[in-house]
Design a protein around this ligand. Sequence first.
Ligand SMILES: Cc1cc2nc3c(=O)[nH]c(=O)nc-3n(C[C@H](O)[C@H](O)[C@H](O)COP(=O)(O)OP(=O)(O)OC[C@H]3O[C@@H](n4cnc5c(N)ncnc54)[C@H](O)[C@@H]3O)c2cc1C
Ligand code: FES
Length: 238
Amino acid sequence: MEVYNLYCLSVKKVKKFNNIAIIEFDREIRGYPGQFIMLNVFGFEEIPLSLSSPKTITVKNVGKTTNRVVNTKEGDVFGIRGPFGRPFSYPDVEKIYLIAGGIGIAPLNYLYEYFKDEIEVIAIHGVKTKEELIYDYPEVATEDGSVGFRGNAVELFLKLADFKEEFRVYSCGPKPMLLSLYKIMKKLGKLESLEVSLENYMRCGIGLCGSCVTESGARVCRDGPTFKGTDVSEKDFI
Ligand SMILES: Cc1cc2nc3c(=O)[nH]c(=O)nc-3n(C[C@H](O)[C@H](O)[C@H](O)COP(=O)(O)OP(=O)(O)OC[C@H]3O[C@@H](n4cnc5c(N)ncnc54)[C@H](O)[C@@H]3O)c2cc1C
Ligand code: FES
């Protein structure tokens, strides 16, 4: 039988930016970068959310449940299962690139915080417009050119990266962005240096219901959500 943590946490602080909020809980959730929790929003649904640091989640309002979460107040209580899933792997190199598209910044921020004092971490955040920039990273790309590089996060990565160097790439964001990065790394023969986090629709979070299965048969909640470039195919980004 599956054993997992099930508990309640209350909200200590909320930092709100238009339709996104960084929500800090009153205590740490024991997990690792890349793992996710199932957040039980009482009266709404239970939804998967990445840890954006040991004490925080970073949530974008896209529907009924995330609307409730983004508009949460100090002292509100949520139910939590987890953390679940495979964390990002430990980087065995001195330099890593984090490539985030939109709210894909959530799991990568935790990775950034985890390794920034140990190795060189270049965090690239791509968004549509500057209003969506919620973290203070130097490398930003906006589609409308309102700040930083005009274009997307993958294009900025291609501009910054020296492919003669040894590095690892961690990425999370919309599937079309991940697919374009996957194709580039494959063409360069560098799929072993790539790791992506997939955000397929989930129900149980523990490998039982099948709702998160990718086209190639992987259960994202159990086999992922982080996958090595060599363990996925183009079908997984559909
Ligand atoms: C492992 C994992 C980690 C995630 N981490 C985060 C996070 O850190 N921050 C965050 O804001 N969101 C994250 N998500 C996405 C989040 O779970 C969904 O946005 C949420 O479940 C939507 O619920 P809702 O009731 O508000 O919207 P719904 O009414 O259920 O859906 C609204 C819209 O969002 C789309 N949608 C629903 N679920 C997903 C999904 N999983 N991926 C993409 N689009 C979806 C629907 O197709 C619909 O168009 C993560 C998802 C997974 C699987
Ligand atoms: S969410 Fe149920 S199997 Fe993955």
